[in-house]
Design a protein around this ligand. Sequence first.
Ligand SMILES: [Zn+2]
Length: 485
Amino acid sequence: MEVVFSDGTHEQYEDVPFSEGAQGAIFRSRDRKHVVKLFKAPPNMPPAAVARMVQDRNRQIDAIIGKYNVVGNDPYWEALFAWPLKRAVQPRPGVSSRYVEGMTRLDNYFFGSSYSRLTPEQKGWWIGRLACAIKMARAVARLSTLGLCHSDLSEKNVFVDPLSGTATILDCDSLVIPNEMPAEVLGTPEYMAPELQSGKVREPSVVTDRHALAVLLYRWLLFQHPLLGPKRHSTNAELDDNLALGANALYIEHPTDTSNRPKHLQVTAETLSPRVRDLFRRVFVEGLHNPALRPTADLWEEALSEMMDRVVPCGNPLCEQKFFVAPDVPPMSCPLCKTRFTAFPQLPYLKLRAPRPTRTGGYEYVDENASFQGTPYNRYIVGYPGRPIYNWHVHPNVSLRVGQSGARTDSHNRGVIRYDTNRSEWFLENIALPDLQARVGGADPASGGWSPVPLGSRVALRPNTQLLLGQLNLDRIAYVEMKAV
Ligand SMILES: [Zn+2]
């Protein structure tokens, strides 16, 4: 069939839809590059109401393609979204977007029967899962820069490839634009914020998106729903679900109320970095019934990106996930297959600290992300052969988040951690850290004792080694701790 768009262009689409939902049917273009969703009116809707609905939707789609387009022509953001491209006018009102290929819908990973049918490539590995998670957070953060809410972030609207670590958000044609476009959908129950589920709030918003994102991330990284535990709230199954996700919602890992904790909960948020664990606590404990306390998507993006510096391979060749997060405190073993880590007797942990001016006119080196209780999070780069050091590790003013243009400020390796098997010693190779200096011990960085580590040379990572990664009082210091695993 021929589809005519509001800009006057025509494209050829298949006659039979490849998927059909409540809102309409989705057809693939003959060149397989695009899909078009052609809307259908709800049955029995009076013609005047249909006309109004079409008009509202047209306005919404034009706004999403135009004024509220978070993708632009940037290939980076284009990959993160299947953003609406053109508004269809014939044969029916609708909207086109790119056809997402080579990726798997997220719900396939959440149910045993569909998961078992995935190929090893589709299953990917945990390091790729983390990369996908970073991209989900980044996409939601991107939407919130324009105040947009997706309104239906769920397992059916996210496609992933956990082998290469890519994720794409779909169904962006029903975005909620505050004060302009009301919501058409409330969301998918398992991802709906408690206040939406209970009916206390009637419209999805940026803060309900924050809840949905956190549920997606928890299920994706920890393999279970964060609120669906053994606790029962009613003998009526439907009411029970509604209460468990709504008015009575309770985090399965609540630190003091363990009444919803599954008996054999093996992979918990404790196996992630302390900062990510605390974000889950904030969103599912403090922020669960208090939406204003929910962490924003950019905090997730940052904390998950930092966690990447701690991921190490599992020694078990049969391990399904193949990677895990190195904990602050050994013993180190894979939380999934329980295999002890034995590849090296000890690993260097590089604790990053940034300079902060003191009242007396000097500088102290502090943990930038100390938790709200003031406990340091210990932002570690856990040494592993090939572990890169980037500019955003060196300079506190360089963000590891992706900038507006979709480009990272700098993603070239500045240094790389390696292991010398002959000497049984860890070292950092200086690739492009022109100011790198090292010393052993010493409290006040300004007291000196630093020796330059020239470009192209290497410095041994030993207990109490300090590495001044850039300039004194401007850039970070890495404090080396050797941890027996
Ligand atoms: Zn394992």
